[in-house]
Design a binder for this molecule. Sequence first.
Ligand code: NAG
Ligand code: NAG
Ligand code: NAG
Ligand code: NAG
Ligand code: NAG
Ligand code: ZN
Length: 432
Amino acid sequence: MPPWKSGKHALHFWMQFLKTLVVFSLCGIISAYSNVHELMSSYPLIDGHNDLALQLRIRHSNCLSRIDLHNVSKVATDISRLQAGHVQTQMFAVYVLCGAQQKDAVRLTLEQIDVVRRMCTEYHEFELVTSVQELNSSKDRGKIACLISIEGGHSIDSSLPALRMFYQLGVRSMSLTHSCNTPWAESSSDFYNVFQRQNNSLTPFGKAVVEEMNRLGMIVDLSHTSWNTTLAVLNHSKAPVIFSHSSSYSICNHNRNVPDSLLRELKKNQGLIMVNLHSQFISCRDVASISHVADHFDHIRKVIGAESIGIGGDYEGATSFPQGLEDVSKYPALIQELMKRNWTEYELAGVLRNNFLRVFDKVERVRDQLRSNLPSEVQIPLEEVQNPCRLVLRRPDPKSLLSNPSSRAECGLPDLLILATVLMLSRLILIE
Ligand SMILES: *[C@@H]1O[C@H](CO)[C@@H](O)[C@H](O)[C@H]1NC(C)=O
Ligand SMILES: *[C@@H]1O[C@H](CO)[C@@H](O)[C@H](O)[C@H]1NC(C)=O
Ligand SMILES: *[C@@H]1O[C@H](CO)[C@@H](O)[C@H](O)[C@H]1NC(C)=O
Ligand SMILES: *[C@@H]1O[C@H](CO)[C@@H](O)[C@H](O)[C@H]1NC(C)=O
Ligand SMILES: *[C@@H]1O[C@H](CO)[C@@H](O)[C@H](O)[C@H]1NC(C)=O
Ligand SMILES: [Zn+2]
């Protein structure tokens, strides 16, 4: 007999029912946050992508002593604006230009890691975190957590030992490509004419990179990779992956955005797409509105659900942002728009914070499951790298040393000029 009919239990049952009803309605009242700032104080933002470190290099040669990070002019990110925007965690990209591939990408990446680490330890408002537990609890300490992510697989120079050492330095995420192919994965852009091959979407070495990232507990980031590479990685990764800063291709058909078919694969993988705010990816034009941005959120929610969505603003990496979202203090305007469109507290808590925590947590669980695997010793075949700057280990020939004192012809001064030009060009058009 059901409890609501049995005489003995009926009263008790209906009392419980009434209580539950009251609690639910109270929750309804409490959860209807009267304003966006209250909501964002409870669920402060974890943002997937910011290129402040690149601006520190371009504008200040990484000399932190010359600036006050509380208030930095000519950029969209500083401590006071992060705080005003309720940004509690920022994934800081350590990005080096594609022109450094086959050259000094590893050194430049180390220098970018250094500047993020300095920033996040010299300012008491920041805190460098390397685990989901540290990240989650940094909120209670009132800190802005910094996560370090490598943008572009060219940073590891096709070396798994280099990847592991970056992990040791605190790197917890890496996008497999930027705007250039690597010898082992393909970019969504064909701006750089490098490593263009029919079968480059994820080579056996590329698979080894993904496996090693799974083993280490480093989040695989698919922003900037080609569709073929994205599909191959989604098929191969044991852990959920992210797009740290990409939007919907259905709304704006830019090659940096994600088509619905890949979104559905992402959902199977339990991964996350963190919506990019760059106007070019929102409206496919130089101008966009907050409403345009919200259209991306609505569309992705319709295709794969709110629990697969986050935010990766791409401030400092992109040139134009929607009106009303000009810098990192403006995130509440976006959340306000989603509230207006009837996104629930639960959905917004996920978008702001909980979805990323879930993914990072799962990545760590997969790492724990793979605990017994040894570090991978897979090496890339030399012919797939074709890098004249790689030293081939053999006894030096004294005669060749005399005739060619420092191998300048291969990796020396002329390349510096090319690098400078690429740096100028990229600064103008192609950073994102
Ligand atoms: C930042 O500095 C500018 C002048 O350089 C000043 O106008 C502005 O009020 C400062 N903002 C904060 C939050 O201190
Ligand atoms: C990949 O393509 C290159 C030429 O584009 C070819 O030499 C190589 O054998 C191919 N590798 C595989 C594994 O198919
Ligand atoms: C993607 O891969 C398929 C085979 O897996 C190939 O036929 C197709 O040409 C590739 N697309 C691009 C753009 O390379
Ligand atoms: C996915 O992986 C399986 C093997 O695990 C393979 O047979 C299949 O071709 C892969 N699909 C893609 C699109 O890479
Ligand atoms: C984050 O912390 C909250 C408590 O503040 C806890 O309920 C939640 O389970 C934590 N999430 C993760 C993924 O650790
Ligand atoms: Zn980018």
